[in-house]
Design a binder for this molecule. Structure first.
Ligand code: HAM
Length: 413
């Protein structure tokens, strides 16, 4: 779990702003969700035999004896909130959220125990047009941020029925080659065999290459949906690869799944991932409502942005107010508040903690401010303020208090 320090916070802020603007550009509305939910929600939504629920959740019993978990992802909570607040009654919804997620994984570069996701979810749309919209929205983000080298992979998992038939065929094939499976795959064989396809073990490659293909077991409805999505992406001119092995680690998906992957982040190459989850809302007690969405990992995106890019700097104050002596020290906060009222947007840093002129001047310079205002007892008594230009070749001035705001506006705003 990482601290975001002042030198990196501006990069987070810039990314958050870009994401907000992007979401607004596609008609998505923000929803803010709690970090804690009932454990049962994740068991039912993400799936009991997934890695996330089996071994990665931060779960505890609260004082009322209820089992709660820090959210490992945002989709389940988003559906819960929509149902609880009646957001899906006879209407479609496009929502986005941003926040910390928690998974007790083995930490490594790009994989953290507290990480942040920005997610988009769309409810009530049956056709592949919404799948395409979500994908095009994410593609636009790479363009807006100038991120290259991310590739789109798509697949269709079919409906639950198709997947059950495929699962049976896969288990039959893999069982016949039981001796070639590694320990992890043997464990998964009967609980979650589709995840074996996702195995990173190179020794399983040949075996998996010969396995029955999910694509051959797809039901006609899913085939049509997938063809529709491909057609929309082709027409929009967006390149993609069909990856028949893309299965995802959460149980709620069906039909479309997709991931944006890169070779630039080492082992944790998935920057953004999602798909369709048409049955989840019903499963969590709502009326049957089609749904699709994705989430991207903010830390992974920032790592991509950092490479080669100039760091985003925190904005320096425009003005630093030096106040020497007791009388000036007492007058300084009032002067500063008055200027903030007169000049919205002004970044003004007041010297706190006293100090002689030399010390305060050094701080003013170090702050990066363009202008230092100088207040001493004489200035207070005469109703004027000294103005010293720290970055311009321009002589120091004495400015009457009433003329100060227009002068500063002209120089720094
Ligand atoms: P996910 O694939 O588990 O999907 O996570 C989405 C993204 O979150 C990943 O592609 C990755 O960028 C980031 N991420 C996941 N785990 C970590 C970690 N430990 N450290 C850093 N980043 C991580 C979901 O969570 C689904 N809820 C996505 C979704 C939304 N599907 C439909 N709607």
């Amino acid at each position: 779990m990482h601290d975001v320090l002042p030198e990196t916070a501006p990069a987070w802020h810039a990314l958050e702003q870009a994401l907000r603007a992007l979401a607004e550009g596609y008609g998505y509305e923000e929803i803010r969700l709690p970090s804690l939910e009932r454990t049962e929600l994740f068991v039912r939504a993400v799936g009991e035999v997934t890695d996330i629920v089996e071994k990665e959740m931060y779960t505890f019993t609260d004082l009322s004896g209820e089992s709660l978990s820090l959210r490992p992802e945002g989709t389940a909570g988003c559906v819960r909130a929509c149902l609880e607040n009646g957001l899906l009654h006879n209407q479609t919804r496009r929502l986005w959220y941003l926040g910390p997620m928690f998974r007790h994984e083995r930490p490594q570069k790009g994989r953290y125990r507290q990480f942040h996701q920005w997610g988009a979810e769309a409810y009530g749309f049956t056709g592949p047009d919404i799948d395409a919209e979500l994908i095009l929205l994410s593609a636009r983000l790479w363009r807006v941020l100038g991120i290259g080298g991310v590739r789109l992979q798509i697949n269709s998992l079919g409906t639950a029925g198709a997947r059950a038939r495929y699962r049976a065929a896969l288990v039959e094939y893999l069982s016949a080659h039981h001796e070639r499976l590694d320990e992890d795959s043997r464990r998964r064989l009967h609980v979650n065999p589709l995840r074996i396809l996702d195995s990173k073990n190179p020794e399983l490659r040949a075996l998996l290459d010969g396995a029955p293909a999910l694509a051959d077991h797809l039901d006609p409805e899913s085939q049509e949906h997938f063809a529709g999505l491909r057609d929309l992406l082709d027409t929009a001119g967006l390149a993609y690869e069909v990856n028949p092995r893309l299965v995802r680690g959460l149980d709620y998906y069906e039909k479309t799944v997709f991931e944006w992957v890169t070779d630039r982040l080492g082992a944790q190459g998935t920057v953004c991932a999602g798909g369709r989850y048409d049955r989840l809302i019903e499963q969590l007690g709502g009326r049957p409502t089609p749904a699709a969405g994705f989430a991207l990992g903010i830390e992974r995106l920032l790592a991509l942005l950092e490479e080669g890019a100039a760091p985003v700097a925190a904005p320096a104050p425009h003005v630093y107010l030096i106040a020497v002596g007791e009388t000036a020290g007492r007058a300084a906060p009032g002067l500063a508040e008055g200027l903030r009222d007169e000049l919205p947007g002004l970044r003004l840093c007041v010297n706190c903690g006293g100090g002689n002129f030399k010390g305060q001047f050094r701080r003013a310079d170090k702050s990066g401010a363009r202008v230092a205002l100088i207040l001493g007892e004489d200035e207070v008594n005469s109703g004027v303020v000294g103005v010293k230009y720290l970055r311009d070749e321009r002589p120091q001035e004495i400015v009457p208090r009433g003329e100060l705001a227009p002068r500063l506006r002209a120089v720094v705003l």
